[in-house]
Every structure is written in C-alpha cells, then in structure tokens.
Design a protein around this ligand. Structure first.
Ligand SMILES: [Zn+2]
Length: 557
C-alpha cells in the first residue's frame, strides 16, 4: 500500500556532475545511476550564486536563498574589520529541515556546515569544519568512540588526510581519499543497519568534489601534452571514483530499505579551469584599488629556539648529547618573518573596492563609509560605484580567444532577498562557464594567466538530482530544478507541512499524478524561522588547521 508518509534517503555527492555521469552510464560503467535514471526521475539541479559548498548545502538544509540563511561562502566578514572568520553551523540563521521533524528518527552524516552537532532525535556526525578528532562532533557524543569500535577509526576532513591539489604525493593522497570515503560509507551502513529504521537519512560524500578539483586538469589537452606520464597514470581517476560511488550508492539504498525514496544530489557541478583571473590586480589597474607605497607583506619579529635546535639545523646535532641539558635548552633569540594580513598593504584612503584578500571567491566588496573600518565610498555613491565596476567587468575580454571573461555580475539585492542580504558581498560574479578562477593576489603581475598546472578546477552551476521510489515517476527528465526545491520536496514526501518561508517548491512533476492528487502538499505560515546563535570561537591551532585544508583545496591563498 502506498502511504503518504515516506522515508527518505538523501545521498549527497559534493560537486557531482552529469558531464561525468552521463557518458559513464552510456557505456555501462554506472549500473546504479543507470537504474535510478530508468526507474526514476532526474535532471540538472541549479546551485546557489555563487556555486560554493557552504551556501549551496545551507540552501539545501533550509530550502532558502542565502539572503534568508546568511551563509555566502566558507567565511563571513568580521564586522568593523577587513578580516574574515570561518562559518560554522552557528552561522546559519534559520531553521534546517530537521528542525521541522519532531517525532521522526533522523540520521545525518558529514553534511558541510553541521559542526558543532545538534541534539536531534537520532544520530549525527558533523561535517566541515570539524577542527580535530578530539572535538565533539557526533550526537550523541559517545557515537564517535562507538564508530571507532565498529569500523576501526574515523578521520575528520583535514589537510593531508584527503586529496588536495598542492600535494606532491598523489598516490598517498588518493589512498587517503578512498580511506576517508570508506569510513563514511562504513559509518553510514553501521547506522542504517544497527540504529535504523530512519525516517530521514542524509549522508554527504565530499570525495567527488575533492578529486575533481585536482584531476579535471587531465581533461585539458595542453596540460596532458606537457605532463604525459601523469596523464597516462591518472587519466581514469575521476571515472574510477564515480564507479566507487555507484557501488556505495547501491549498498546504501539496500540498507535503507526498498520502501524508502532515494534522492541523489550534488550542491554544484565541476569542470576544468580555463585561466586564472587576478581580480585585485584588475581593480588596481582600473583605479578602484591602491596599494601603500612602501608596503611589505612581511614583518619581522623575534622568536626563540632552544640551542639544540640550532645545532641540529647546522648539522651538528651529534654535539648535543655532549652538552649538559641546561645548555641544550638555552633559548636563543632569532628573527622570524611573519606574514601580515593583506589588508595592511592596501591604501584604504584611495580604495573604493576590493575583492577577497585571502579567498578565491568571485566577489567584490565596496569600501563603504560607515561600514568598513577605513571606508571612503559614501552611501550616495555606492550604487554608481557598483554599476561602474559591473560595466567594466562585463567588458573584460581574454585577448587570446576574444571570449568575455565575465558572464554575469550581480548587485547582491538582484539575487538575494531576506533579512541577511546586508551581510552579502556587494557584487557577485559568474565567470564564463564559471571556468575562470579568481586569485586575490595583490602583487604586481598579469591579470589573466593560464597556469602550468590548471588546478584547482572550479565548480559549475549545474549539479545533479535523481529521485527514485514508490510514487515517483519513471524514466522522466526534469528541467528547471533549483537546490532550494529539494527541501520542501523532502518535507512533502515525509507527509509534513511546508513552511511558506521556504523559497523552493515541491517538485510535483517528479511524483506520480495519482499520488499527488491524493496527497496534495500542505503549507503553514512562518516568518523566517529565525535562529540566532553565538559565533563559535576556534583556537588558533584549530583555525590554522581549517585554513590549511581550505588552502589545500584552493579556496584560500
Ligand atoms: Zn561542494
């Protein structure tokens, strides 16, 4: 019998794209995806603007545009400074889908921006940014040691654990990526088999995105010609990873149970990089940004090291045991270079606009008087400055190809609506096919460059969406889907009322007509489902670890 309260399994494959799936399905390499296509309904899923992991998964969790949830990237600007802070679960200022489920049993695993964990009716393993294995990142807290008992370990997402593009040991990091992926699979299967049944189970695998950032360069003929050995050895690596995910999918679907609805989705797509675009150098050339005349990016400060460390550095460590411990431990002062925050290099009195100084996001911020610490653009000039920048951005052409570099540039209020629009960057930019990667560098140099190693590859706007199960139409291709549509659709399938504050819609065309007629969606009024929490304070070591990871993925410089 078809009930109107369905159990739902959501498998998120970060960054997954039909550009990889469709050709592999065609040659029979992805049997589970093929089955989902044939027996279910599927289509492209539009990401948020910008198509980045933080805002996109948050729009999935909330069913709302970033103007209503307040997450625009992996960071937010710290009010009254030019510095940024890393976003966490506490940065999401509205209810998430599981906040609407009271009696239902829930399992959540590795969804980005779910640290620290919430006390839900079920089990939760937080996703990015979990600082270390010592942090409490599961609910209940003892679930972590239970998972260790069951599957032997659980590493969080940290530098060198998984694939990152600045790694000089590709085989080791590939092994780590599979190990990291298997741990998520084993943890999900353990929860599903031993703690189920779940009414809603969501698990996100980040590996698809990690491997694409690194390996999309192997789709680039020029790179392969210059690096024939790497090209030969690693050319299958993305395809092989999707095959791995296909097998995992089959296992998860089976463990959840045949009566459940399966949704497989991504937060955005991915594809090769064309060129790097040095946005701050461009702003400087156009006269919107000025550097201090004698600015240096480094400052010298005195640090100390024990005498034994000096001996070691000079190759004289055999001396150490001959010296009394008190001498070995004598602290010797030595000068050390410290990198200053790049904002120290900018002459703010002569700067109207700047792009991110440490992040590779495609955004521009106006140096607005009254908002920025040394703002100079008056409120009455704000719009004109934005318009001038946008017009100039749209005119940038790649001299080698004649192609426009920027496809669209938006004022924030054109794409976002809600109480937190004012926290958004002032201008948001989509490059042509999102294939130009912004670099925040302030140093002298070219504006457009094809790097020798075109990594990390960027995201694309089009993600994936599959839905399969009883009551879902078969062999249908859908168009016009947006990531915010997934949330009300899941609530609808679970027989829950949908808050009218959500921006998404129920994907009715995926549901069998008769089922939909018998079970029309119900809605209730809600202002914004606002939740305000104190921001998390990470220790310096925790912040460094998180930043190192973001650098390895290419999100920071
Ligand atoms: Zn992502």
């Amino acid at each position: 019998m078809i009930t109107s309260k369905k159990r739902v399994l959501v498998v998120g494959l970060d960054g997954a794209t039909f550009d990889i799936i469709t050709p592999l399905v065609r040659v029979g390499r992805l049997p589970t995806f093929a089955k989902l296509m044939k027996e279910g309904t599927w289509g492209n899923l539009k990401s948020t603007i910008l198509p980045t992991t933080g805002p996109a998964w948050t729009s999935f969790m909330t069913g709302k545009n970033p103007g209503k949830h307040g997450v625009y990237g992996f960071y937010s600007f710290s009010k009254g400074t030019y510095e940024t802070q890393i976003v966490t679960e506490h940065s999401i200022r509205t209810k998430k889908i599981w906040d609407y489920l009271d009696d239902e049993r829930i399992g959540l695993l590795d969804i980005p921006l779910t640290f620290p964990p919430q006390e839900i009716n079920g089990y939760m393993i937080s996703g990015w940014p979990v600082p270390s294995e010592e942090s409490i990142f599961t609910h209940p807290p003892e679930l972590h040691t239970e998972i260790i008992r069951e599957i032997g370990g659980f590493i969080v997402e940290r530098p060198r654990n998984v694939l990152g593009y600045r790694q000089d040991k590709p085989i080791e990091s590939l092994q780590n990526l599979y190990r990291y992926t298997d741990m998520r699979k084993e943890a999900a299967l353990y929860l599903l088999r031993k703690k189920g049944p779940f009414d809603l189970f969501i698990v996100v695998f980040r590996g698809t995105d990690f491997i694409q950032h690194e390996a999309f360069k192997l789709f680039d003929e020029e790179y392969c010609k210059a690096n024939p050995l790497i090209a030969k050895k690693f050319k299958e690596v993305i395809f092989q990873f999707y095959e791995k995910m296909d097998t995992i999918l089959a296992e998860l679907i089976q463990a959840m149970g045949n009566d459940a609805i399966t949704i497989v989705m991504s937060d955005h797509g991915g594809g090769p990089m064309k060129k790097r675009f040095y946005i701050n150098r461009w702003l400087k050339k156009e006269g919107f940004l000025s550097l201090k005349r004698y600015a240096s990016s480094n400052s010298i400060h005195l640090s100390t090291k024990p005498f034994s460390a000096f001996l070691q550095k000079m190759g004289l460590s055999f001396f150490s045991p001959l010296l009394p411990t008190s001498v070995q431990n004598i602290q010797i002062p030595y000068p050390k270079l410290r990198r200053k925050h790049p904002s120290c290099l900018i002459d703010w009195k002569r700067t109207k606009a700047f792009a991110n100084l440490t992040w590779t996001d495609e955004v521009i911020r106006i140096n607005l008087w009254g908002r920025e610490p040394e703002g100079i653009v008056r409120q009455e000039e704000y719009d004109a400055v934005r318009e001038e920048i946008i017009e100039k951005l749209l005119g940038i052409v790649d001299p080698e190809t004649g192609e426009a570099v920027i496809q669209r540039a938006y004022k924030r209020e054109e794409i976002y609506h809600g109480p937190y629009v004012e926290d958004a960057p002032d201008i948001l930019i989509l490059t042509t096919e999102t294939s130009y990667v912004f670099s925040p560098s302030l140093s002298e140099g070219v504006i457009l460059e094809r790097p020798l190693d075109p990594a990390p590859a960027p995201h694309r706007m089009e993600g994936i969406f599959f839905i399969h199960g009883e009551g879902i139409r078969a062999d249908q291709v859908l168009t016009g889907l947006h990531i915010v549509d997934t949330t009300p659709t899941i609530l609808y399938l679970m027989g829950k009322s949908i808050p009218d504050s959500m921006d998404g819609r129920v994907i009715a065309e995926a549901v069998e007509e008769e089922y939909f007629k018998k079970n029309p969606p119900t809605y209730h009024k809600e202002e914004n489902g606002e939740i305000i929490k104190e921001q998390i304070e990470f220790s310096t070591a925790e912040q460094d670890s998180i930043k190192e990871r973001l650098k390895a993925l290419g999100y920071m410089e």
